[in-house]
Design a binder for this molecule. Structure first.
Ligand SMILES: [Zn+2]
Length: 138
């Protein structure tokens, strides 16, 4: 049986999230090279990352699903269901959530001072329709 790679990830957890999305859409998916990366994270780039593979027959459908996963389409469905957040400028419902460089710098500072990594909360949302940015506190 031949299988084709439709995605490569630095982080095995991201590969499993993508695999879960494909399985949800009815596409059989397999993960390759995961254990090498778990054993030695620094080898991730040398090995080309953790690979997500599917049957050649499912390649186009899988690529389409992964595209929707990466562009936040599924995430926007969640925000619509959970709390109906709409853009204040245009009433758009599709957003990209991100953290500011200050939040990321704070995370690095905490790591350097205390030796642990704090989890960043989603600080801001950017509307994909008008580009408006606002705080994520709905
Ligand atoms: Zn907007």
């Amino acid at each position: 049986m031949t299988i084709v790679t439709v995605g490569a990830f630095d982080d095995p957890i991201q590969a499993h999230i993508a695999k879960g999305r494909l399985l949800t859409e009815g596409i059989s998916a397999y993960i390759a090279d995961e254990h090498y990366i778990w054993a030695n994270w620094s080898m991730s780039h040398a090995l080309g990352g953790v690979k997500l593979r599917v049957s050649p027959d499912d390649k186009n459908k899988a690529t389409s699903v992964l595209g929707k996963l990466y562009d936040g389409s599924y995430e926007s469905y969640l925000s619509e269901e959970e709390n109906e957040i709409a853009c204040a400028n245009c009433n758009g419902l599709v957003f990209v959530t991100f953290n500011t460089w200050r939040a990321k710098l704070s995370q690095i500072a905490v790591y350097l001072c205390f030796g642990f990594i704090i989890r960043l909360r989603n600080g801001k949302k950017k509307c994909k329709e008008c580009g408006g940015v606002f705080k994520n506190d709905a």
